[in-house]
Design a protein around this ligand. Structure first.
Ligand code: NAP
Length: 239
């Protein structure tokens, strides 16, 4: 039976796309008051009208701490905070510019820091924080050096903050490759081939779906005894 989130407030940063969107849908279906955060007003509006339930949208760029401060004032109390936001750039390490690296760090690491800093005292003691890392933290992959370092930073934050912020639960979901709009930077013809080839190398024989990862995030959010955990949901990438 799916846990009820009736009367709970769930803030999904990155809830306009991919795994965040699938989670926002799931939380709304479970009765939560869902707040979705992203930068694109068009994507926010589309999410608001395509998800059934109680959905509020906020155009916020996580890279600006002042915008996160304003968001925290607007959404005064939260039960569950989730952030999927990332700006991943895949290139060989020696080709990465400081601007590339700064863009990645500012969204995923500083974004999570700003959110936790300004929301921790607004999250109910029975509530939770769910961060998104990724399988690159555990297994080397050429072109993913900073992505790997950032994903590992999410794992470290969850383990440490589960102690510092207790009884609030803090976990990281570590996806393997998942078919989401994050892969739309690939030319259409290459996209299916790349995801197909990665999928066929996995024990499950395919890449993941946003819905499968939303199920895992929903578990981390609602299971009251899970904290300080890095949950790998990766089709067996590290088996
Ligand atoms: N997809 C994969 O194969 C994969 C594999 C391993 C790990 N992951 C991790 O899983 C997480 C979710 O990935 P996904 O594929 O679901 O991503 P996605 O479809 O690209 O969605 C990213 C979301 O974050 C929002 N966002 C990005 N930058 C933001 C900013 N500065 N401020 C506010 N919102 C921002 C985007 O909205 P706007 O652009 O409108 O702001 C969008 O809603 C990421 O952390 C990613 O690193 C993904």
């Amino acid at each position: 039976m799916t846990a009820s989130l009736a009367g709970k407030t769930v803030l999904v940063v990155g809830g306009t796309s991919g795994m965040g969107y699938a989670l926002a849908e799931k939380a709304a279906a479970a009765g939560a008051n869902v707040h979705i955060v992203g930068r694109s007003v068009a994507r926010l509006t589309e999410a608001k009208y395509s998800i059934t339930g109680n959905v509020t949208i906020h155009a916020v760029d996580l890279r600006n701490e002042s915008e996160v401060v304003a968001l925290a004032r607007t959404v005064a109390r939260v039960d569950h905070l989730v952030t999927t936001a990332a700006d991943n750039i895949f290139k060989p390490f020696v080709e990465l510019s400081n601007e590339d690296i700064e863009a990645m760090l500012t969204t995923k690491l500083w974004g999570a820091i700003y959110l936790i800093r300004h929301f921790a005292k607004r999250i109910s003691p029975e509530g939770s924080i769910t961060l998104f890392g990724g399988a690159a933290a555990l297994k080397g992959s050429p072109g993913a050096s900073i992505v790997a370092a950032l994903n590992a930073s999410m794992d470290g934050l969850a383990r440490t903050l589960a102690l510092e912020l207790a009884p609030i639960r803090v976990n990281t979901l570590s996806p393997g490759v998942v078919d989401t709009p994050a892969w739309d930077f690939l030319p259409t013809n290459d996209r299916a081939a790349v995801l197909g080839s990665i999928g066929s190398s996995l024990p499950r024989g395919r890449v993941g779906t946003a819905e499968e990862l939303a199920q895992a995030a929903f578990f981390l959010m609602t299971n009251g005894f899970t904290t300080g955990t890095v949950l790998q949901v990766d089709g067996g990438a590290n088996a």
